[in-house]
Design a protein around this ligand. Structure first.
Ligand code: NAD
Length: 481
């Protein structure tokens, strides 16, 4: 027999130890060939003064197994503690968050009986770099970073997931009617990579109306791929409308490592009472079994779980008079699933982990040649209080060298020259300088300009270079420009 696959396991806090035990009991009874290595995370580790919530030596286990099955932890209140999830995601490079959201009508109450959606969320970029600055008395900013390689690998992951799991359609959500450069890149990459998957249907929705459609008619979607922030919000919406946040598991996948968990927290008020529903973590474990090449075990457990739900054996959180038949605790629920191993549901659709499907060879995409970058100007951001015209007049007195003051904007709206008197202006201004005659600008010209602006007594807070790529503007126009 093949050697058992080593996995790193953390029992976590609150209901964590109970649901982890139940999960391991079920998958091992089903024949999972795993060799768990237990590490400590969460409250006990934070209490030792380790702000990351994980013992430094635990990384050794993770580095050797590369697979992490993790129960929820209780995040300590107060400052100074780092989120273990964010740390793990960043340290292990877990760029894809995968969350299947399925309804189990009529056995678990839901307004959407035919929902079966998989959310594939980009996990590392967007505003989650947490790069924030307060720049003036009134204005704060957060940088939203979307990269081509980051977008390419999450979009490719979504299409590969769709192929492997026999899914028919991949939908992309962005807000590229507003964020034409950042979300525009994500959308463009989706179109480009989508061309390699002619057998998969593709569509794009603006995230606002897409989210409304998802909440109203989730059965219209199959796999949805989206940038980090939209994915964070919509994956919870999707899990909730499927029936219960307590039922969903998720996978965090990187090139070398993967972490599997329930999407809910440690539910401290339910801890130690044999009450919690282990299904969310169990579904995380099923994603893990597929990842480590044991899909047949995952299928066996999944079908037994469906049969248990169908038989009305329910934990308190999904128990409903008239539908449920037996209210059980965590342990009894696990035993009920184990007792049904080998059975399939009668009313719900049995699952088949169709991993035998031959992958079509994809032609490698030709590497994109770097585009020719030219700096053609600079946006100089100022902390200043007054009217647009007063600022315009003041800026005109500052010699601008090879650059020309083109316009002044406030929170993205053009206010000088020729602004509207009604536009509200904060203390955060952007002076856009462009090279005279479209010439190239070098760093020295920008530094000299900043020197003269500072000498005129103005408080510049940052600059953004204005660049073109193969002649196309790599910067947004202003509202009203
Ligand atoms: P929670 O998900 O723990 O609980 C929300 C509600 O759902 C509660 O009423 C709870 O009793 C119920 N619930 C959750 N899981 C359940 C289960 N398996 N069975 C039955 N009922 C269940 O969210 P919370 O109360 O906001 O957070 C509690 C703690 O968990 C906090 O410290 C939070 O920071 C942490 N948390 C951890 C993770 C993680 O480790 N991945 C994720 C979310 C929250």
């Amino acid at each position: 027999m093949a050697q058992a696959t080593p996995i790193t396991v953390a029992y976590g806090d609150g209901i964590g130890p109970e649901i982890m035990q139940a999960t391991l009991d079920i998958i091992q009874a089903a024949g999972a060939s795993i060799a768990p290595q237990v590490i400590e995370i969460g409250e006990k580790v934070y209490a030792k003064g380790i702000s990351a919530g994980i013992e430094p030596t635990s990384w050794d286990s993770l580095r050797s197994t590369k697979v992490f099955l993790k129960a929820p932890i209780t995040t300590p209140q107060g400052g100074g503690f780092k989120s273990l999830n964010v740390t793990t995601r960043k340290v292990l490079g877990l760029y894809a968050n995968v969350r299947p959201c399925v309804s189990y009508s009529p056995f678990i109450a839901t307004k959407h009986p035919n929902m079966d959606v998989v959310i594939v969320r980009e996990n590392e970029e967007d505003v989650y770099g947490g790069i924030e600055h307060r720049q003036t008395q009134q204005v704060t900013q957060c940088l939203k970073l979307i990269s081509r390689p980051g977008s390419e690998r999450i979009v490719r992951y979504a299409f590969e997931y769709a192929v492997r799991h026999n899914r028919k359609k991949v939908t992309c959500f962005t807000k590229d009617n507003i964020m034409k450069i950042t979300d525009g890149l994500f959308h463009r990459v989706f179109e480009e990579i989508g061309e390699e998957y002619p057998e998969i249907e593709k569509e794009h929705w603006i995230v606002d109306i897409g989210a409304a459609k998802l909440a109203d008619t989730p059965e219209a979607f199959d796999v949805i791929v989206l940038p980090n922030l939209y994915g964070d919000v919509l994956s919870d919406v999707a899990a909730q409308i499927a029936g219960s946040v307590g039922l969903a598991g998720s996978a965090n996948i990187g090139d070398d490592f993967a972490m599997f968990e329930a999407i809910h927290g440690s539910a401290p008020r339910r801890a130690g009472q044999n009450l919690a529903n282990p299904s969310g973590l169990l579904f995380g474990a099923l994603l893990m079994l597929v990842h480590i090449g044991q899909p047949a075990v995952a299928q066996r457990v999944h079908n037994a779980w469906l049969r248990t739900i169908e038989d009305g054996v329910h934990t308190y959180d999904i128990f409903k008079d008239g539908v449920s038949k037996q209210k059980v605790g965590t342990k009894e629920f696990a035993q009920a699933v184990i007792a049904r191993l080998g059975q399939v549901p009668k009313t719900l659709k049995p699952v088949s982990y169709n991993t035998e499907r031959a992958q079509e060879a994809r032609k490698p995409r030709p590497a994109k040649a770097p585009e020719k970058k030219a700096t053609v100007g600079v946006d100089v951001f100022l902390d200043w209080t007054g009217t647009p015209n007063a600022l315009g007049e003041k800026m005109k007195t500052i010699p601008s060298g090879e650059l020309e003051l083109y316009m002044i904007t406030n929170r993205g709206t053009k206010v000088w020259p020729g602004g509207f008197p009604d536009t509200f202006c904060s203390d955060h201004w952007t002076c856009r300088y462009l090279a005279k005659g479209g010439a190239a600008v070098d760093h020295r010209q920008i530094v000299d300009l900043l020197g003269r602006i500072a000498a005129a007594g103005l408080d510049f807070i940052k600059t953004e270079n204005l660049c073109t790529f193969d002649g196309k503007n790599g910067f947004s126009a202003a509202q009203g420009e």
